[in-house]
Design a protein around this ligand. Structure first.
Ligand code: ASP
Ligand code: MG
Length: 409
């Protein structure tokens, strides 16, 4: 007998029929002799509608009331799911965040979970009740409702699993697991059987939108094994877990891409102390996250500085950089929105050499120019012209042998 935590995302509970399907799966897990705690998201599209309503109501909705509003989508699905399970003959009970309670800090719309009280649910579990918890929400120490950031139900699930020391944390979604790359670009992309927390963090932050990043950080911290799988079939999914020896034998675990960045270069920057600070401080003051930064070797006392920012902040960033460039007497600013970042990720890179050069050779063989490069222990990213994104992903997927035949066990 195990304690199983299951989380169902928006598409899995997208309508009444799908909720029935989820209830049947939960019922089966319970009938197999397990204790079951379920976390659900709002029906797909509902949270977006609530966000749109808030923005229609006023330009700057109060953060507290925003969370009161956007957290309501989950109240609908927990009640419907509990009703459905009851009609099937199970004891089931829904819980809002504050009824658990799931305590968070007071950072509305991006709150962090601080503590979970497990007394209420433990008692219900003991009596054979299936617990249905609203994801995405919590309560702060002043009693106000908070939400955990978009996609936050994943984090709710992992946090509940950690608090209850659950045996498994299954995250059900509309895909079979984590893939070696986007199957829309490479139909031969294969499902990864297991992936380390660090690889998943790189994949998530590089654009593979399967799990909320925070949920993976949480799982890593508390050693929760996450099983990402589909609610529409019984195929085993992907285990997100602590690194083990076989993971190192694979050179590259996945290829990701991100088209949501733009590149800004400041030309002929006087090469003296304090310049980078003058350029980047106003950007960080405006809450713009700068991703890659490259400074060229200086030539006759001048250098060029190039960096990337999210597309959404591009216009704002350009205005700030133009002003700063004037102050530091730089030669000028040039920018390009038509770029994308393609990355290879894998813990195997730590112990194998030549992975980066293989990536560069592969891109150059296709005539793709690399505009910027950045690396970490377990990834290499290249900025390229965005029109080559799909081609780059395809050839890299191929050269690192990630197609189905190559990785199937
Ligand atoms: N319903 C929330 C959202 O759409 C939380 C979640 O789905 O995880 O972001
Ligand atoms: Mg999600």
């Amino acid at each position: 007998m195990a304690l199983v935590v299951q989380k169902y995302g928006g598409t899995s509970v997208g309508d009444v029929e799908r909720i029935r399907n989820v209830a049947r799966r939960i019922g089966r897990t319970y009938d197999d002799g397990n204790d079951v705690v379920v976390i659900v998201s709002a029906m797909s599209g509902e949270t977006n509608k609530l966000v749109a309503l808030a923005n229609e109501m006023c330009e700057f909705p109060s953060e507290r009331e925003y969370d009161v509003l956007v957290s309501t989508g989950e109240q609908v699905t927990i009640a419907l799911l509990a009703m459905c399970l009851q009609s099937m003959g199970y004891n089931a009970k829904s819980y809002l965040g504050h009824q658990i309670p799931i305590y968070t800090d007071s950072a509305y719309s991006k709150a962090r979970i601080e503590e979970i009280g497990d007394k209420n649910i433990r008692e219900d579990i003991k009596n054979g009740t299936i617990i249905i918890v609203a994801g995405f929400q919590g309560i702060d120490r002043h009693g106000s409702i908070t939400t955990l950031g978009r996609g936050g139900s994943d984090t709710s699930a992992v946090a509940v699993a950690a608090a209850l020391k659950a045996d498994v944390c299954e995250i059900y979604t509309d895909v079979d697991g984590v893939y070696t790359t986007d199957p829309r670009i490479v139909p031969e992309a294969s499902k990864v059987n297991k992936i380390s927390y660090d690889e998943m963090l790189e994949m998530a932050s590089l654009g593979a939108k399967i799990l909320q990043i925070r949920s993976v950080e949480f799982a890593k911290k508390y050693d929760v094994v996450i099983h990402v799988r589909s609610s529409f079939n019984d195929n085993p999914g992907t285990l997100v877990m602590k690194e083990d020896a076989d993971m190192e034998t694979v050179l590259v675990s996945g290829i990701t891409y991100n088209k949501d960045e733009a590149k800004i270069s400041v030309i002929r920057v006087p090469d003296k102390p304090g310049i980078a600070a003058k350029l980047f401080s106003p950007l960080s003051a405006a809450n713009i996250t700068v991703d890659m930064i490259i400074q060229n070797v200086s030539h006759e006392g001048f250098t060029d500085l190039t960096f990337t920012v999210p597309n959404a902040d591009y216009k704002k960033a350009l205005k700030i950089v133009n002003e700063a460039a004037g102050t530091i007497e730089a030669g000028g600013v040039v920018s390009d929105e038509q770029i994308s970042k393609v990355s290879i990720v894998g813990v195997g890179m730590r112990s194998h050499s030549g992975v980066a050069s293989k990536m560069f050779q592969t891109l150059s063989a296709e005539g793709i120019n690399i505009q910027m490069i950045s690396t970490s222990e377990i990834k290499v990213s290249c900025v390229i012209d965005s029109k080559y994104t799909e081609l780059a992903v395809r050839v890299l997927h191929d050269v690192f042998g990630l197609a189905k035949e190559a990785t199937e066990e």
